[in-house]
Design a protein around this ligand. Structure first.
Ligand SMILES: [Zn+2]
Length: 336
C-alpha cells in the first residue's frame, strides 16, 4: 500500500495496514525554509518556492503527503481582500475587506481563477506533481466558506449581520460557498488529491452551535458535495458541541485539535460517518514539546482510534524539524 492509497483509504474509513502520518494543516517551518532556501513571505506567491517548501516537509520531515499552500488568504485575496503577507515566521493576514457595506454583486468574478495568487497555487500543484513520485498524495489547503464569508466583510460585521441583517449574512455565505467550490475544483483539476478546508470562524468559540446547524452546516455540506475529491474539514478549538453536526456535512474526514480531549468519545459521536484526523497538539507538543512528548500524544491518539496521525492545527513556523519527524516515528513505533 503506497502513501496515497493508504491516506485516501484511511480518510474514507477503509482498512489500512497502519494509520498514515501527514499534516492536513500548514506544514512550513523556518528550518525547512533555510534548508530549501524557500522562505516566507516569498513562498506564498512564488510557485517554485511554494512547491519546494511543501515538498521539504515530505522529504525532510518525513510526512507522508505534500501539503500546500501556507495561509488562509489566497481565495480571499482573489476576491478583493487586502492581505499583509507577514514575515518569515508569521502567516499572512487579512487587513481590509471588500464588502464591509454589504455584498453588491450576485455573480462570482468571471476571471476568479486567474486572480491574485490562485494561478501561483495551481502552478505549484503542477510543479509538485512533476517533482514527487505519483504515490505521494497532494493535500491542498484553503479557507473554508464560512471564514471566507467573514473575510469578505470582516469578522465583526459577519457576527453582527448574523443577528441584525440575516439576509446579508445568507447572501454572503452563498457567495463565499460558490467561490470556495470553484477554487477547490480548480485545485482538484490541477492535481490535488485531497482538499482540506480550515474554517476557524465556524468554531463554537465564535458562532453558536444553533447557527452552525441551521446556517453554516448547509453551506459546508454543499461545499463537500460539490467538490470532486476527498475532503477534510478542519475547525479550530474545542468543537465537541458541533462535532455531531460536522459529521453530517458530507466531508470525508474531520480534522480536530487536542482541545477535543477524547478521541474515543469523538469517535463515538461521529461513528462511521467520517474518519478523524489530527489531535496532536501543534502549540503544546510540536512547537514546545520534546520528541518523546509527541510520541506519547501519537500513541494516545492511535490507541483511542484516530484514523490519520496529524497535527491538531497548523504547524507553527518555529517548530523544530525534529518534532515533525517524531510525529512519523511515533506512528512507526506504535506499530512495532
Ligand atoms: Zn485549527
Amino acid at each position: 500500500m503506497n502513501y496515497k492509497e493508504r491516506l485516501i483509504k484511511a480518510l474514507k474509513g477503509e482498512d489500512v495496514d497502519k494509520a498514515p502520518a501527514v499534516s492536513v494543516t500548514q506544514t512550513a517551518i523556518v528550518e525547512l525554509m533555510d534548508i530549501k532556501n524557500a522562505e516566507w513571505p516569498e513562498a506564498h506567491s512564488d510557485p517554485k518556492l511554494m512547491a519546494e517548501l511543501a515538498i521539504a516537509a515530505h522529504e525532510f520531515g518525513n510526512l507522508e503527503a505534500v501539503r500546500y499552500p501556507y495561509c488562509l488568504t489566497v481565495l480571499a485575496e482573489a476576491l478583493g481582500c487586502e492581505v499583509n503577507m507577514g514575515t518569515k515566521n508569521r502567516q499572512p493576514s487579512i487587513t481590509d475587506h471588500p464588502y464591509k457595506k454589504g455584498l453588491d454583486r450576485e455573480d462570482l468574478p468571471e476571471n476568479l481563477l486567474e486572480s491574485g495568487r490562485i494561478p501561483a497555487v495551481f502552478e505549484a500543484t503542477n510543479i509538485i506533481k512533476e517533482k514527487v513520485d505519483e504515490s505521494v498524495p497532494l493535500i491542498a489547503g484553503m479557507e473554508g466558506p464560512i471564514t471566507l464569508a467573514s473575510d469578505l466583510c470582516s469578522v465583526s460585521k459577519f457576527m453582527k449581520w448574523s443577528i441584525k441583517k440575516p439576509e446579508e449574512f445568507e447572501k454572503l455565505l452563498d457567495f463565499a460557498t460558490e467561490a470556495a467550490v470553484k477554487y477547490a475544483n480548480g485545485l482538484v483539476e490541477n492535481g490535488a488529491d485531497v482538499i482540506c478546508v480550515a474554517d476557524p470562524v465556524a468554531s463554537p468559540d465564535l458562532m453558536n452551535p444553533k447557527d452552525f446547524n441551521e446556517r453554516l452546516k448547509p453551506r459546508l455540506t454543499k461545499f463537500a458535495e460539490d467538490v470532486q475529491s476527498v475532503t477534510v474539514l478542519h475547525v479550530c478549538g474545542n468543537v465537541t458541541p458541533i462535532l455531531d453536526m460536522m459529521a453530517d456535512c458530507n466531508f470525508t474526514a474531520l480534522s480536530i485539535e487536542e482541545k477535543v480531549a477524547s478521541v474515543r468519545d469523538a469517535k463515538d459521536v461521529v461513528g462511521d460517518r467520517v474518519s478523524l484526523v489530527g489531535n496532536v497538539s501543534s502549540p503544546f507538543s510540536l512547537l514546545s514539546g520534546t520528541p518523546d512528548k509527541i510520541k506519547d500524544d501519537v500513541t494516545r491518539a492511535l490507541s483511542e482510534g484516530i484514523d490519520v496521525v496529524a497535527p491538531g492545527c497548523g504547524i507553527a513556523p518555529n517548530t523544530p524539524l525534529e518534532n515533525v519527524k517524531a510525529l512519523v516515528s511515533g506512528r512507526d513505533e506504535y506499530y512495532q
